[in-house]
Design a protein around this ligand. Structure first.
Ligand code: CA
Length: 436
């Protein structure tokens, strides 16, 4: 069982006023980690923890010398320009620092005056990727997405027979992963139109987003030593939101026989905060297989995975066009989905990734794959929502979209909410498409 402890108590309040608002993503029960610096300062990036609309500067906090033991060692690791060293310390260290921070940030803490001096408003911060990501693997764990996409690319054979047995994935590229707010140019490449004999070269015409959950690996495994299901989650530091931008026309022409290449590696954008698995403990959900589907092979199965391998994590996609921005209109919701639609769990991704002896390292990054649900309105990509570009989305202001246009900004948000405990969120990721 995921253990709930005093840091999850829904009654906890913080002396940081904004952390007590009902709608904040970052109450004292959350305490996500990221890497930031004061905007425009040119200072070194350093670790931070989000609380309400503020950030606790972990370099300043370390200088205050409030903690000792494992929490002090963990805090020291967070003063680096990336969180890799902290991630590699393991779950006990992550938990010790979380507990110390929780106690310092609670209403009535004797640390209030000291920690208040370590705060920076999030509005005055700029972010970097929270870790140096050595390797990036993108999975394909929503069976609804796999079926919808398969139907468009192969109408006669939408879901490949291996899908229900193997957590499908491919090795992505880490150099083009960016933190939220990093805009990117529309990619160019080879495009072969269905009726044409030969491809043409030019800007992508079918640019799309993919709504995904990102998984940061904490402790790694030695090469040759698979991580069993029972230990898989202990290797996971936490989750963020991932927009895996995709060039559908380039993809359609290049993907056979070796899978996606230039259609996927021009940009992917991550939310700046990583919410730890410990913070997500109150939002775990049971995992099961639909009636009639094969059960997982033993190396992908465990009692704990069945009882609470999933996450009840709501996922949302919003679009703000250049016209909407100019006219001050609110972004338009394109999709609402949930990580619970995943056919394979985070633990199964880790166990499968390492079963052949492949080694993961601190800061490695896994994408869940586009997290579409079964209902209309839960499609995690435009290609599904518009039936391959055949049925445009009509926005509130009358504009239409089949795929993304220059100036479009995509915003993704994620949060956990039920009536038993405190709402927490992953924040948001946003980025704008620039002309080619
Ligand atoms: Ca993807």
């Amino acid at each position: 069982m995921s253990v709930l402890n005093e840091t999850h108590d829904p009654a906890l309040q913080s002396w940081v006023e904004s952390a007590n608002h009902a709608t904040t993503d970052f109450p004292v029960q959350n305490l996500p980690f990221g890497v930031f610096r004061p905007q425009g300062s040119g200072d070194a990036f350093r670790g931070g923890v989000a609380i309400g609309d503020q950030i606790v500067d972990l370099v300043a906090l370390q200088a205050a010398g409030l903690y000792d033991g494992l929490a002090a060692g963990a805090l020291d690791a967070c003063t680096d320009t990336s969180l890799n060293r902290f991630m590699g310390m393991g779950a006990q260290a992550w938990s010790a620092l979380r507990l110390a921070l929780s106690r310092s940030l609670r209403s009535g803490s004797a640390h209030e005056a000291t920690v208040r001096a370590c705060l920076l408003p999030q509005a005055q911060a700029e972010y970097a990727l929270p870790a140096r990501i050595g390797d990036y693997t993108d999975f394909y764990t929503s069976i609804h997405h796999a079926t919808n996409i398969g139907r468009l690319f192969r109408p006669d054979n939408p879901l490949m027979p291996n899908y229900r047995w193997v957590p499908i994935g491919y090795h992505g590229r880490s150099s083009s992963l960016n933190v939220s707010g990093t805009d990117f140019k529309r990619p160019q490449g080879q495009i072969k139109l269905p009726e044409a004999e030969q491809p043409v070269f030019g800007p992508c015409r079918r640019l799309d987003y993919e709504l995904e959950v990102g998984v940061f690996i904490g402790t790694g495994n030695p090469q040759g030593q698979p991580v069993p299901m029972a230990e898989a989650e202990a290797h996971v530091f936490g989750l963020c939101i991932l927009n895996d931008w995709s060039a559908r026309d380039i993809q359609a022409w290049e993907y056979q026989p070796l899978g996606p290449f230039l259609s996927k590696n021009f940009a992917s954008t991550l939310s700046p905060w990583i919410v730890t698995l410990e913070a997500l403990a109150p939002y775990r959900s049971a995992w099961s297989r639909p009636e009639g589907d094969p059960q997982p092979l033993p190396y992908l199965d465990s009692a704990r995975n069945r009882s609470e391998g999933g996450f009840d994590l709501q996922l949302e996609v919003l679009l703000e066009t250049a016209q909407m921005r100019k006219q001050g209109q609110a972004p338009f919701r394109l999709a609402l989905s949930n990580f619970d639609h995943s056919y394979w769990t985070v633990a199964q991704m880790v166990a499968h990734h390492t079963v052949n002896g492949c080694n993961l390292q601190p800061g490695d990054f896994l994408g869940s794959g586009t997290m579409s649900g079964p209902q209309p309105g839960s499609e995690g990509a435009l290609i599904e929502r518009t039936q391959g570009g055949k049925e445009p989305v009509v926005l509130e202001n009358g504009e239409t979209r089949t795929f993304l246009e220059d100036g479009d900004r995509i915003i993704m948000r994620a949060w956990c909410q039920n009536d038993r405990t405190r709402r927490i969120g992953l924040g948001e990721v946003s980025s704008t498409v620039l002309p080619a």
